[in-house]
Design a binder for this molecule. Structure first.
Ligand SMILES: [Zn+2]
Length: 164
């Protein structure tokens, strides 16, 4: 390093307010927020049902129509999270996994919470059910999945509720 160079640093904070659009997938987030519905899409040509929803089929590129899916599903693959960003730090440890909702042919990456979080509780093939925050903002964090046998416990908590 050049001996004449002296680095002077000032600690500061940059705060950025911004908004972004969900574009063609806005309907998914609005129905989630307002009506606790989980909408996928069904291809008008090949009939494949997508969750997360695709406005156009990712296989054949034909337009897809909105369809309401069941709020139960099966874990395809999962893991337990021990390190995360500040947004989720209070929740660790928690599960995440790809969930195939009943009626969908693709899987959704989403949080899986359990009151007794051990790998066997969230392993492949286990049935899960969606639980919704009472205060929803139209974000993916408005809902999460729980093992089916814990569903009634979760929706009895004051901050959560069951779906449709
Ligand atoms: Zn298709």
């Amino acid at each position: 390093m050049n001996e004449e160079f002296q680095d002077h640093q000032i600690r500061d904070i940059i705060r950025i307010n911004y908004k972004y659009t969900m574009g063609g997938q806005s309907k998914f987030f609005l129905e989630l927020m307002k009506h606790k519905k989980l909408l996928g899409t069904k291809c008008t040509k090949c009939g494949k049902t997508w969750m997360p929803p695709r406005i156009n089929c990712s296989d054949c590129y034909a337009p897809a129509n909105w369809v309401e899916l069941k709020q139960t599903g099966t874990i395809e693959v999962s893991t337990i999270v021990w390190y995360t960003t500040s947004a989720f730090i209070k929740a660790i440890p928690y599960g995440v996994g790809f969930i195939k909702l009943d009626g969908a042919e693709t899987a959704l990456l989403q949080g899986i919470f359990s009151e007794n979080l051990v790998p066997s509780k969230i392993k492949k093939g286990k049935k899960v059910k969606a639980v919704f925050n009472k205060e929803r903002e139209g974000k993916m964090t408005d809902f999460f999945f729980v093992p089916e046998d814990e569903y009634e416990n979760w929706i009895s908590k004051p901050e959560y509720e069951g779906g449709n």
